[in-house]
Ligand binder design. Structure first.
Ligand code: MSP
Length: 583
């Protein structure tokens, strides 16, 4: 047995060369129509990793993250003018996968989400419902909290911009900007879109509407405080140049750079025609523009303005990653850095702008009646299949299209058929043929055994690179490929035949597969926490040995002789809907 362990360890540590060799030879044999695409993904380089630290705590370092420092990750804070929809679910999920992956890697993570409760849009919606704005906010904010719970989101904090601490923080921030000479009183007239809570220049309008398609209204000349955004054009461009990984994906960086190069006008940051906002210090006629209030949440949640050594602000600021939708990149990539520069505060390390979902090829909108309710999705498909689909269906950063057909096809194929079935086959064979316990009488490892184990051992390093660059879909593809390879291995080794011819070899094959499943389930926890834990329970992996540091620990490997119970199916299978065009 000692000998076997030594051989196993030697193979595992013999680099991922053998792992790649295995994957390539498997895909040449052709497992599924997707194999080649997945192999291409596996061999593609994920930018911009600068080094990796396999086997240690932490994640691969990049030009924007050292891989070990405390990590603040944020969702946008959600407007409470409407109930939660798929867009909110999507951003929260992406952050959750990254946050969980970081924590399991041993990183100290602060994951923040919350609600954005001020502004004209919220005030108007509350009034239309005959409610006081605060009561309305309380109600809708709670539905966002409920959604996070339902999606199994692991946020550490949920901030509301109507909390008194936040309002005080925003007023402090405002005063800082005043002290630095970045704010002046003037007057504003121009176009404003309440839906986008955004000012637009005349030249930006398309057929009398905002470029987003939202209605705009003419704001009649009124007193307004301005932020001297025009002063920051050159500094922002220099910053983007010096930090090319500040904004991702790269195409978004290019958009931001051309927007700034097009010229920045000073930004109106207060209004006098409505009340639902944070009052401007020392001027009771004005409330602050909702975006200056909203962006400050990323710091106020950390206790800002307190910056004492040892405080959360001291520990987690600057934020490591703001994840936002592409529609709100301008606020995060232009206004936010300019405000911070003006206040002499450090800038966040990275912004990632994701794409938008459409439904059956059409833009999602209330008027089209095709809004996707995430609560219904979870009711229909369950939380982990929903998480799996949304995170893997499209490249993170691109737009995606949702249809029930695609959802069913994907979760049936990748989860029920490939992962669930594999687990069921392994655990049933162990249960039935190995005296209801992990086999103990294990033989020498063959080249195929060692290659599959080495492939599993390289998963952490490979997926770590993908998460470090927010290539969430590639991380999932990598996991899917590992499961394909394990399925191919079980088919080729056929332990159900070995049971009659060579029980020692059957034991060895099943042990190898259990060990591979341990890696798969541990590394799938960020994406599918409860299903992965069900698999780990079946494998008999103790709850305190499910972190990434336990992956390669000899003492944490599947324990020989440990009892196993009758396996239960982990993933449901869904009825494929009949296609409308099939009859
Ligand atoms: N309150 C602001 C954010 C302030 S952050 C300091 C806001 N809120 S929002 O509720 O309108 O949008 C929140 C997020 O949902 C945005 O990142 C937006 O891109 C995202 N989505 C809204 N609809 C979407 C889709 N159809 N698909 C994917 N995400 C979308 O903006």
């Amino acid at each position: 047995m000692r000998m076997n362990n030594m051989i196993l360890a030697a193979f595992i540590s013999s680099s991922s060369r053998s792992a790649r060799g295995f994957l390539t030879s498997q895909s040449k044999r052709g497992v599924s129509p997707f194999t080649n695409a997945a192999t291409r993904l596996l061999s593609s380089t994920v930018e911009p990793i600068t080094s990796t630290s396999p086997g240690t705590r932490g994640t691969p370092s990049t030009s924007f993250d050292d891989g070990t420092s405390p990590f603040e990750i944020t969702t946008p804070i959600y407007y409470v003018n409407d109930k939660p929809h798929i867009g909110h679910a999507y951003t929260s999920l992406a952050c959750d996968v990254i946050a969980r992956y970081m924590r399991l890697s041993g990183r100290d993570v602060y994951f923040l989400s919350g609600t954005d409760e001020h502004g004209q849009k919220v005030e108007t919606t509350a009034k239309a419902k005959g409610m006081e704005p605060q009561d309305f906010c309380d109600e809708v904010s709670q539905s966002f909290r409920d959604l996070l719970k339902l999606l199994n989101i692991s946020n550490d904090e949920f901030i509301r911009t109507t909390q008194s601490h936040h309002k005080e923080a925003v007023q402090h921030f405002w005063k800082q900007l005043v002290d630095k000479g970045a704010i002046y009183l003037g007057s504003y007239e121009g176009w404003y879109s309440v839906r986008d809570e955004c000012y637009y220049n005349e030249s930006e309008l398309v057929d009398g509407k905002a470029p987003t398609g939202a209605d705009v209204e003419w704001v009649k000349k009124e007193d307004s405080y301005f932020f001297k955004l025009s002063d920051y054009e050159d500094r922002l461009l220099e910053f983007y140049e010096a930090h090319p990984d500040f904004i991702a994906p790269e195409s978004r960086l290019n958009e931001v750079v051309s927007f700034v190069k097009g010229g920045l006008k000073d930004l109106s940051i207060s209004r006098t025609t409505f009340d639902w906002g944070v009052p401007v210090p020392d001027d009771k006629d004005h409330v602050m523009y909702v975006w200056i209030d909203a962006l400050t949440n990323y710091m106020s949640a950390l206790g800002y303005p307190s910056t004492d050594p040892g405080s959360n602000f001291d520990k987690y600021w600057p934020a490591s990653l703001h994840v936002v939708g592409k529609d709100i990149l301008r606020f995060h990539a232009v206004y936010w850095p300019a405000f911070l520069m003006a206040a002499d505060l450090p800038l966040p390390k990275r912004l990632f702008a994701h794409g938008w979902w459409t439904k059956d090829g059409e833009k999602i909108s209330k008027s089209l009646g095709n809004v996707i309710d995430p609560v219904e999705l979870i009711d229909t498909y369950g939380v982990d299949p929903t998480r799996f689909f949304l995170m893997s269906e499209v490249a993170f950063g691109n737009d995606g299209d949702f249809s029930d057909e695609k959802m069913i096809y994907k979760v049936n194929a990748n989860l029920s058929n490939e992962l669930g079935n594999l687990n069921q086959r392994i655990m049933s064979l162990v249960f039935k043929n190995c005296n209801k316990a992990v086999p103990t009488d294990i033989g020498e490892l063959t080249e195929d055994d060692a290659a599959l184990l080495a492939s599993a051992a390289s998963l952490r390093e490979e997926t770590g690179k993908m998460i470090a660059s927010q290539s969430i879909d590639k991380y999932v593809q990598h996991m899917i490929q590992m499961v394909w390879d394990a399925n191919k291995y079980i088919d080729v080794q056929a332990p159900w035949v070995l049971k009659k011819t060579d029980t020692k070899r059957m034991n060895t094959v099943l042990y190898v597969l259990m060990e591979v499943m341990r890696h798969v389930a541990i590394l799938y926890q960020p994406l599918m926490p409860s299903s992965s834990n069900k698999i780990l329970d079946q494998l008999g992996v103790p709850e305190n040995e499910r972190g990434f540091e336990h992956l390669e620990k000899e003492s944490c490997k599947i324990q020989k002789g440990k009892e196993v119970s009758k396996p239960q199916a982990v993933f449901p299978r869904f009825e494929v809907p009949e296609r409308a065009d099939s009859n």
